[in-house]
Design a protein. Structure first.
Ligand SMILES: Cc1cc2nc3c(=O)[nH]c(=O)nc-3n(C[C@H](O)[C@H](O)[C@H](O)COP(=O)(O)OP(=O)(O)OC[C@H]3O[C@@H](n4cnc5c(N)ncnc54)[C@H](O)[C@@H]3O)c2cc1C
Length: 510
């Protein structure tokens, strides 16, 4: 009998590709498959958030993403008598190397990730569909079907459904997907528009809703997004219909032409009842879908994957206890819920016909936002949420605050800031990283050896000296996903050692 595969990744969208990259970096035995023969060519998500760029930097792909994208985008808000300009770069955050929203189409993002996997000799099994799952003791038996009709049965220890909104894994694992559909119909088109200044995002806000144009470049200059005509019967999306909808928004006539792609769709706000059922996990759109307001969907999916991948990798190689896998849902389900709440709020503000919200949208927001966002501090606070840099796991069972917390600086459960600059790069390698702050003479070799206790494979130690995120003498442990698992003031490493004994037991096979 052949040994079961460690992990089967179902779906090679951005979530599955990111998961595969992380499993590969740990040498985990896995397969990744996708029912479609080719990756998606139409562009869906258009922006990559700073936290995603940080998280992908460990694979060495962030430079390529930035090179292919546009990190210097302006938002132009068109008001009845003036146009207000807001930068989507220089977002007021100085603890990241990527203080901008990177505009890059999802097709390009997937292409960069797929090229990385190809260099790592990972084969994406395209034209291969998961059709059935069955739990049998400690393994999941998976039935796969190829485009030519042939079938194969694979036994895996874990299966991760990165298979999108209509997830087969979710259905087979009998996990609910509760939520609601928004009543409005949305229209999307890739086309040319005469009268728009190139190289900026254009937003028109009126009482009837919002009209957006995003610079796309290819296959057309603009991606247009708006709502259908209120109260009008559903009509086929045509260029005349799009022009009819556009005209009332703009005082300067915009002429739409040469559409490459036009579609309409309904938006949903739904979340999986659980992110895990036994050996089956859900990540990305399989676990949460919501409105595209705030450009969170793809980013949240990639970060789900990068929260789960190292946990699966360490458990599969016997270096971490099974309980580590329980922390995936504990950490990521609250993030999914908060993204659904946040995108719903933005969606309601952008679309509601309630007189008060219409007044806020058309009168208050355009007047107040530019002044408020001019101050770097306010801009930083607003963008910390959108950029996903503010995500933390302070209440997770896999993060622990020492008995004495440092007076300032990041806490257990926070992301390690890139402050001083370069700290994230130093700790980007696989495994955990111990950070020792304060005069280096305090951190003797004996003290460090007692913490390492033979765990040299997955544990690196960095003496930071005074160049540290905390003032004075302190120590912390960076998890493989760049979040702080443990933080304490002083030089007593007893608490850190207890943390490691729980989550990275010495002597466990690695
Ligand atoms: C029109 C549109 C516009 C969008 N705009 C934005 C935006 O502006 N910003 C943003 O952040 N997000 C946006 N999104 C959402 C974003 O595209 C998704 O959040 C993102 O694609 C989720 O990635 P994923 O890998 O989780 O799922 P997907 O990209 O859906 O990938 C799932 C993959 O699984 C495969 N699959 C499914 N079932 C099986 C099976 N049984 N066996 C094998 N393979 C299977 C599919 O073929 C697919 O390749 C938009 C989405 C749409 C549709």
């Amino acid at each position: 009998m052949t040994a079961p595969l460690d992990v089967l990744v179902v779906g090679a969208g951005p979530t599955g590709l990111a998961l595969a990259a992380q499993l590969r970096s740990y040498g985990t035995a896995f397969r990744i498959l996708d029912r479609s023969l080719d990756r998606a060519r139409e562009s869906r998500a258009l922006a990559i958030q700073p936290r995603t760029l940080e998280a992908l930097a460990g694979f060495g792909v962030t430079g390529e993403l930035v090179a292919r994208g546009n990190p210097a985008m302006q938002l132009r808000m068109h008001l009845p008598r003036r146009v207000v300009q807001l930068p989507l770069f220089d977002i007021g955050l100085d603890d990241t190397a990527y203080p901008f929203l990177l505009f890059l189409s999802q097709a390009e993002t997937e292409s960069v990730l797929a090229e990385h996997l190809a260099r790592q000799r990972v084969v994406i099994e395209r034209g291969t569909e998961l059709v059935r799952l069955e739990r049998k003791g400690l393994v999941v038996t998976c039935r796969l079907r190829r485009g030519d009709g042939t079938e194969e049965t694979v036994d895996a220890r874990y299966v991760v459904g990165c298979d999108g909104a209509h997830s087969t894994v979710r259905g087979q694992a009998d996990i609910g997907f509760e939520g609601y559909a928004y009543p409005q119909t949305f229209l999307l088109a890739d086309l040319e528009a005469d009268g728009l200044e190139p190289g900026a995002v254009h937003m028109y806000m009126t009482g009837s809703g919002v009209l957006l144009f995003f610079p796309l470049g290819s296959p057309a200059t603009w991606r247009m997004l708006t709502m259908g005509l209120p109260g009008a019967p559903e009509r086929e999306v045509t260029l005349p219909l799009l022009q009819e909808i556009t005209d009332p928004y703009s005082t300067d006539r915009l002429v739409l032409r040469d559409p490459v792609w036009m579609t309409d769709f309904r938006l949903h706000n739904r979340g999986a009842a659980h992110y895990r059922s036994g050996p089956c996990f859900l990540a990305g759109d399989a676990a949460h879908i919501h409105s595209p307001a705030g450009a969170q969907g793809m980013n949240t999916g990639i970060q789900d994957a990068l929260n789960l991948g190292w946990k699966l990798a360490l458990v599969c190689r016997g270096a971490a206890p099974e309980e580590l896998l329980e922390t995936y849902e504990a950490e990521r389900a609250p993030v999914g819920r908060s993204v659904r709440r946040f995108t719903n709020r933005a969606f309601v503000i952008g679309t509601s016909r309630d007189p008060l919200i219409r007044f806020a949208r058309t009168r208050l927001a355009p007047r107040l936002a530019p002044t408020a966002l001019r101050a770097k501090g306010t801009r930083g606070r607003v963008f910390r949420t959108v950029s996903e840099l503010g995500i933390h796991y302070r209440r997770s069972p896999a993060t622990t605050a020492g008995s004495r917390a440092p007076v300032r600086g990041p806490r257990a459960g926070d992301r390690l800031p890139d402050m001083p600059r370069g700290l994230q790069a130093r700790t980007a390698g696989t495994g955990y990283h111990v950070l020792l702050a304060g005069p280096t003479r305090i951190w003797s070799d004996e003290r460090i050896a007692a913490v390492l206790n033979g765990r040299t494979d997955l544990l690196a130690v960095h003496r930071l000296g005074e160049e540290s995120p905390w003032p004075g003498v302190a120590h912390g442990l960076v998890r493989p996903d760049g979040y702080l698992g443990y933080v304490a003031r002083g030089a007593d490493l007893t608490g850190l050692r207890a943390y490691l004994d729980q989550w990275l037991p010495a002597g466990a096979c690695s």
